[in-house]
Design a protein around this ligand. Sequence first.
Ligand SMILES: *Cc1c(COP(=O)(O)O)cnc(C)c1O
Length: 368
Amino acid sequence: MTTAPILLTPGPLTTSARTRQAMMVDWGSWDDRFNQLTASVREHLLAILNGADRHHCVPLQGSGTFAVEAAIGTLVPRNGKVLVLINGAYGKRLARICEVLGRDFSTFETAENEPTTAADVDRLLQADKAITHVALIHCETSTGILNPLPEIAQVIKNHGKRLIIDAMSSFGALPIDAREVPFDALIAASGKCLEGVPGMGFVFAEKTALAAAQGNCHSLAMDLFDQHSYMAKTGQWRFTPPTHVVAALHEALLQYVEEGGLPARHRRYADNCQALLDGMAELGLRSFLPAAIQAPIIVTFHAPQDPRYQFKDFYERVKAKGFILYPGKLTQVDTFRVGCIGHVDATGMQAAVKAIADVLQEMEVLDI
Ligand SMILES: *Cc1c(COP(=O)(O)O)cnc(C)c1O
């Protein structure tokens, strides 16, 4: 058997053998030990952002988008209005969710290499008093750009409005403190910076906002008020839980703590990102974002200009050398992306750069 390639993608990503091993047991959803596992995972997650005082952690079956949709559907009343801040594909998805759910919304879009600023949000809230909620992507994974969450959150609070944060690709790696950053909902998932396997999302919902959200939701399965009430009452998931995903996430969280928690995870990803940027710069491959707004999560690179470069061919050849890359997600510029997250360290990133260099040489892409 050849060893599986390393996933340099923003989820699913490479997990440790120990995390995968935790999925070798079948758990009953009624079983006390499984319910303890769920309770422990929720506690761990709350601790990462100091959220235990003011927030509940509500897990939800499905991919990350399910949890985002559930958060908007549950916490935005049907007569609410959402201001959606956009600088990439995931921001556009937030707007699409509002549209599908029939929540009134407006959008504010900046270029894909331009963070939304607190001043923008201040002006927009000043201009439209009907807005009740603001929805924001923390790290916009379509490029890797970081939006200034604490500053924006403060402005929203000053206006007496509520904030919904998609922190899917940053939670666990970039510091967010629920005691300092006011929000009604922050959403993330099992299979990103926590290095679990994909299959469940979770929403940190502000306690009073969640308590007031009964009956808001358009959907039975996506109703976080119900999901939370049932779990609070019974200790169980409302519908069939993703048992193996929960067990894997529990094991991944133990390793997260052993590694040194958020500061250590952040440091490893920052080192990965730096090793990647340095190595690629040596090959002459330019990153799309300037360093100041680049999150250490995923890096977008300009594709080589040589006509012999084709992403599909490049991808297959790099994969044969053991690394899975990610296509670009920009409409205007030809790019590809390389993730810095997952069970991989700077040595692994250097090996990936070496594979990329060898492949570009094989392909005779000579402008590098
Ligand atoms: C991964 C991700 C999501 C969720 O995507 P799914 O495919 O539903 O898991 C949402 N927002 C951001 C910023 C992400 O990186």
